[in-house]
Design a protein around this ligand. Structure first.
Ligand code: BDP
Length: 697
């Protein structure tokens, strides 16, 4: 029980009655289609049914009998229209599936169908989930169609196997041994991803190395692509904008230069000769030292279109990141991406998605939604969430990020009036875009349990589930994950769900309450460091963001400050511009307010700030107490592992509370409220403290 099997534990079903009822419905499994994907389906069913029901399934190719499971595309089922109409089948696309209990020639059977083999695989995993979570499998009528097209992990993995912002060991891609050695972990990675509907993976870091586009590396990537293909997963690579110069010996990488265009066209053709189902490129340009079109006075659209045109004949896409900002631009960092991209709406090739982080700064514990959502109606915008917990306690803190994702997705941008939620922009429905997608910056590494923290697995799982259906509920997702990963015991599920559901708010409270942001340790972003100032770039310091002084705290983004609020729709601008109507969770994101400012509770801002920090600590303590009641409910190995991490989290929540409050108290010059535990160290102690940890770079 070391966590390697993730949510595919396929725990033995001890309840005899339940096991019997399942066995009754699974006499034989009919799979008429033949492909690498149907082999994967058979393999998965064999593992799962052996482990859960101690049975070896009998597979047949035809001869549908009573109590069979039939897994097939419509071509193999000439009688299908008796049960499922053509319209409904058309609505499934290539990935959606139906699981339906039917009476075929008066015999009960369970049908899993979809228009392509990958859809059958998704349907099979859904069916297995029913067994894993002890649901009934009679009278089924499940229709599931993904709401987004590109559901993709972004690995920030380097070719030397370090992982930028990775906290779970080294990269799982062993470039040295590829293409010759296929590690079992690649296969299990594909199984896990397919089980949650992820259909793409970017293998390499956005801070890109052009080497990955050389023949030797393309061949290695091709070996992975071949492993992943039966699981419906395409491989994508990061393209370094200066690659034509670095590996192509050209004198320029100017997107309007014909030789550069030819170079990329040839490169695309070369990649497709190795990887026929290659997905395309992800690009970080003109940001944090990465080269880009700015180097040649060109726009982001000109840069993106260069690559898009090269990929288009092969069916590939470009995911062009909107994370563009510069220390040389005097404006508020939060405004820069919008200023750069909004004027380019309508100028991107049809196979370009602009990939936008959920917030305008950088994956903070809480950010208001990015103002680009709703501002570029002619361009498909893709969501970029971070799954790895760069700013959220990294490997050790239990933070169920699905709550963060859900909060952003459900926010109303009002860009086309009420109901213009972020989710409708992401799934393309608001503007009727065909391309749509969601990217998650992966938290996966070579650690035995994949994610370092066992609960990191939940964030990977939830990301996949939300990418498939961004309208889904975080709590329902968590419930399934808990049952599949640990136990179906109702007490275990409800207690763990409670811990998970409150964990994100707890982290916001003990790190950056009331709209504070980016006050973490210099560079590594671990632990509190609100004192960071005077670095080579202002927009990487803490004092830039919190603006604390004797007059108060917070970043004024109203019209009297940076005016970032004017980038939102007039409704949001109006509501958020007034501190009395601005949601308090975003207060210090948009406003600079005096320490004595009266909050909704009637308490002062200083008091509320301090109480939020205390509440965050208290939540970690309560979580430990709750977890401790579960000691006998699961295996000791994972129980203890999790407990020790939760204790680190509690300790570090106190570190955050004490360091931040002592620091801010220098300016507020006010006592801590009685309910707040008093620090037993000085501010200087905290400033001098160097955490002992091995961060991702
Ligand atoms: C920041 C990370 C940095 C990434 C950058 C990005 O600190 O390591 O390279 O985002 O997204 O969050 O490109």
């Amino acid at each position: 029980k070391d966590g390697y099997k993730l949510w595919l534990q396929y725990e033995k079903i001890e309840n005899k009655e339940l096991a019997e009822s399942y066995l009754n419905s699974i006499h034989q499994i009919t799979i008429p289609n033949h492909s690498a994907t149907t082999d994967v389906i058979k393999n998965e069913l064999s593992i799962a049914l052996k482990d859960m029901l101690s049975t070896f399934p009998v597979f047949t190719e035809d001869g549908i009998k009573k109590n069979n499971i039939v897994i097939a595309t419509p071509e193999s089922l000439p009688w299908l229209d008796e049960f499922i109409g053509q319209n409904q089948l058309d609505g499934l696309g290539q990935e959606g599936f139906i699981i339906k209990s039917i009476q075929y020639k008066n015999q009960p059977i369970t049908l899993i169908t979809g228009n392509a083999d990958a859809a059958l695989l998704y349907g099979t995993f859904e069916f297995l989930k029913l067994l894993q979570t002890h649901q009934s499998i009679v009278d089924l009528n499940i229709v599931s169609v993904p709401k987004t097209k590109i559901r993709i992990l972004n690995h920030w993995d380097n070719l030397d196997r370090t992982v930028e912002r990775g906290y779970a060991g080294s990269s799982i891609w062993n470039w040295h041994l590829l293409p010759d050695h296929i590690n079992q972990q690649y296969i299990d990675y594909a199984r896990a991803n397919a089980s949650i509907g992820i259909n793409g993976t970017v293998l390499t870091n956005v801070n890109a190395n052009a080497l990955v586009l050389t023949a030797a590396y393309i061949e290695k990537a091709a070996a992975l692509a071949k492993v992943f293909e039966p699981y419906g997963i395409k491989v994508y690579l990061t393209a370094r904008f200066s690659a034509p110069m670095e590996i192509g010996q050209l004198k320029t990488s100017d997107p309007l230069d014909e030789e550069v265009q030819k170079w990329w066209n040839d490169k695309a053709t070369e990649i497709y000769s190795y990887i026929p189902n290659f997905g395309g490129f992800l690009v970080k340009a003109d940001s944090e030292g990465q080269p880009g079109p700015h180097n040649y006075g060109r726009t982001q659209a000109e840069g993106a279109n260069l690559l898009a045109k090269a990929l288009k004949p092969h069916g590939g896409i470009v995911m062009w990141r909107a994370f563009v900002y510069s220390e040389n631009t005097p404006d508020d960092r939060a405004k820069q991406a919008y200023n750069e991209f909004k004027p380019l709406d309508g100028e991107f090739e049809s196979n370009v998605l602009v990939q936008v982080k959920n917030g305008a700064i950088d994956f903070q514990p809480r950010e208001p939604f990015h103002p680009l959502f709703g501002a570029m109606p002619k361009t498909p915008l893709m969501m970029e969430f971070q799954i790895t917990q760069e700013y959220l306690g990294q490997g050790t803190h239990l933070v169920y990020l699905s709550k963060l994702y859900e909060e952003v997705l459900n926010t109303d941008t009002y860009c086309k009036g009420p109901g213009s939620t972020v989710v409708k922009i992401i799934d393309g429905s608001l503007e009727n875009h065909q391309l749509s997608g969601m990217a998650g910056v992966s938290n996966i590494g070579s650690d035995r349990n994949w994610t370092g923290n066992h609960f990191g697995q939940a964030n990977w799982y939830a990301f996949g589930k939300l990418a498939w259906n961004p309208y889904a509920s975080s709590e329902k997702i968590a419930e399934d994950w808990i049952a599949m990963t640990f136990s179906n015991d109702p007490k275990f599920i409800s207690t763990t769900l409670d811990i998970m559901s409150k964990s994100r708010e707890a982290a916001v409270n003990y790190m950056t309450p009331l709209g504070l942001h980016h006050i973490m340790g210099w560079n590594h972003h671990y632990g509190p460091a609100p004192w960071i100032t005077d670095k080579h770039r202002d927009d990487w310091t803490s004092t830039y963001y919190h603006q604390a002084g004797s007059d108060g705290i917070g970043f004024d983004r109203t019209s009297s400050g940076s005016d970032a609020l004017s980038q939102y729709s007039p409704y949001i601008e109006k509501q958020f511009s007034n501190p009395k109507t601005c949601p308090e969770k975003y207060l210090l994101w948009f406003h600079h307010l005096p320490w004595a400012y009266r909050m909704e509770s009637g308490k002062t801002l200083w008091e509320e700030l301090a109480l939020h920090y205390q509440a965050g600590v208290d939540q970690t303590t309560t979580a430990i107490k709750k977890w401790s009641t579960l000691e006998k409910s699961i295996d000791n190995e994972r129980y203890q592992h999790i407990l020790s991490f939760m204790k680190i989290q509690e300790k570090e929540a106190k570190w955050w509370r004490d360091a931040c409050l002592l620091y801010f108290q220098q300016f507020s010059k006010l006592p801590l409220p009685d309910a707040v535990e008093k620090p037993n160290k000085t501010l200087e102690d905290f400033k001098n403290y160097k955490p002992h940890f091995a961060p991702g770079i």
